[in-house]
Design a protein around this ligand. Structure first.
Ligand code: SAM
Length: 190
């Protein structure tokens, strides 16, 4: 088994969209407690690498063949993105994000915070993901989803929005997927 049920959502996304190939370097944002890390480490295999980031500390991941490294940090802070860039050694094939805000129960606020986190993930993909790379991000539905989707569409040759059957308890969440990134990493200052 996996350490979080959410693992099955990534399995389903990977099955449907072929996000992770053997040998890939995968960056997983909002990775605690580590279910997605386990699935990603299996999919990336012995020649791959997985880098997980979360506000919370993550117990060591043993499942799967790819080495898993974790960074404790806040994705709204530049120094966390710098730490990922350093750990990835300039090669990232896949960026996935399951980040979610602390829920207040106020629909519009939760939605706005979720979109803000999804935008941090997209920014990370823009800055680190190689040409041809893959992206998948969780976002709660609401008024700003359409704009966000349009921004993902601009960066990738293929994009889709999907709600995996495995995500039952929070029915307002969807995953926006981008495949085949059109350009390579964008350097700050270029
Ligand atoms: N995919 C994970 C798994 O399979 O174990 C579950 C992720 S959980 C739904 C969402 C995570 O997003 C939480 O662990 C939370 O700490 C993290 N998160 C929320 N805001 C964040 C931020 N600003 N920076 C980094 N992580 C964040």
């Amino acid at each position: 088994g996996y350490r979080a049920r959410s693992a099955y959502k990534l399995k389903q996304l990977d099955r449907e969209f072929d996000l992770i190939a053997h040998g890939d370097t995968v960056v997983d944002l909002g990775a605690a407690p580590g279910g997605w890390l386990q699935v990603a480490a299996e999919a990336a295999g012995a020649h791959g690498r997985v880098i997980g980031v979360d506000l919370q500390r993550i117990d060591d991941v043993e499942k799967g063949d790819a080495p898993v490294e974790t960074i404790r940090g806040d994705m709204t802070e530049d120094e966390t993105k710098d730490a990922i860039r350093e750990a990835a050694d300039d090669r990232v094939d896949v960026v996935i994000s399951d980040m979610a805000p602390n829920m207040t129960g106020e629909y519009n606020l939760d939605h706005a915070r979720s979109v803000h986190l999804a935008r941090q993930a997209l920014e990370t993909a823009e800055e680190l993901l190689g040409e041809g790379g893959s992206f998948a991000v969780k976002v709660f539905q609401g008024q700003d989803l359409a704009d966000f989707k349009a921004d993902v569409e601009r960066e990738f040759a293929f994009s889709r929005t999907t709600s995996p059957k495995a995500s039952r308890q929070a029915s307002s969440e969807v995953y926006v997927v981008g495949k085949n990134k059109l350009t390579g990493p964008v350097r700050v200052g270029d």
